[in-house]
Design a protein around this ligand. Structure first.
Ligand SMILES: [Zn+2]
Length: 271
């Protein structure tokens, strides 16, 4: 609730009360990798960088920016003949970059035999994340999906033998094999598969293009098509896929855009 109040007072200070403009409240951290939730008058059309955003019947919408997003973005609100264009500023972040030398090549490049499998895995994940639904759950307050120490953060990157690897886009939570994974928000299961890199992988749609991905699981407690409730036990932590130890890797996507789970509005990070 506090964040909404803050967003409202910020809005009051920057909007001109003399002009009739579509009203909007925005909630989020406004830094690279963050998800932003918005509330406007029902019937208002919303565009992010010129692209139309789905808006719920009660005026809610959501969008996000990636790890290396530029600082400035445009949000346009159109209500009948009234238009408001807002420039949004997103803070740049410093990511943890680790240089590791002397890594055996087999750990740097996957063997040829699995190239096709990896391609198919990526296509399945991509397709699941294309899902566009009007499930309203992304507008609820999220919960942490597992209990444990945060052992890896969004945006960090390793450079093996001078070659930069893909950045890490998840929030890693260290927990033993078999520890419960709960749904951070309600949703519908889009994918439950054993993938080469991420092992047993579960993707859940929370609506409006936002999905959670859970990786390296040891067991699924739900199946594709199931509706899940926030807090429901959906899986068990594991060490499946290409990992060195048991942990949960939780990711948040806005379609193909990878966002930082730790920056979800309202999420309380355990100490
Ligand atoms: Zn991870």
């Amino acid at each position: 609730m506090k964040a909404w109040v803050k967003a409202l007072s910020l809005l009051a200070s920057i909007s001109n009360p003399l002009l009739a403009q579509p009203d909007v409240q925005l909630q989020g951290s406004f830094s690279q990798g963050s998800l932003i939730r918005g509330q406007t008058a029902p019937g208002t059309e919303v565009f992010f960088n010129g692209q139309p955003l789905p808006v719920s019947s009660d005026g809610q919408f959501v969008f996000g920016v990636g790890r290396d997003a530029p600082e400035e973005h445009k949000l346009t609100l159109q209500a009948g003949a009234e238009q408001q264009v807002k420039t949004l500023h997103f803070k740049k972040r410093q990511y943890d970059i680790q240089h590791v030398n002397g890594v055996a090549q087999k750990y740097v490049t996957p063997p040829d035999a699995v190239t096709e499998r990896i391609r198919q895995d990526n296509a399945r994940v991509r397709k699941a994340r294309e899902t566009q639904s009007d499930l309203p759950f992304i507008f609820d307050t999220p919960k942490m999906p597992a209990v444990g120490r945060v052992s890896g953060v969004y945006g960090s990157q390793r450079v093996f033998n001078g070659e930069p690897r893909n950045p890490h886009y998840g929030l890693d939570i260290a927990a033993p094999v078999g520890a419960p994974v709960i749904a951070p928000l309600s949703g519908t299961v889009l994918l439950a598969e054993d993938l080469y890199y991420s092992g047993l992988t579960l993707i859940i749609d929370h609506g409006f293009g936002i999905s959670s991905t859970f990786m390296h699981l040891s067991k699924f407690n739900v199946a594709v098509g199931d509706s899940v409730q926030q807090g429901q036990r959906i899986a068990e932590v594991g060490a499946s896929g290409r990992v060195t130890g048991a942990h949960l890797d939780w990711r948040i996507n806005w379609h193909q855009e990878r966002l930082d789970p730790a920056l979800l509005p309202g999420l309380v990070m355990a100490e």
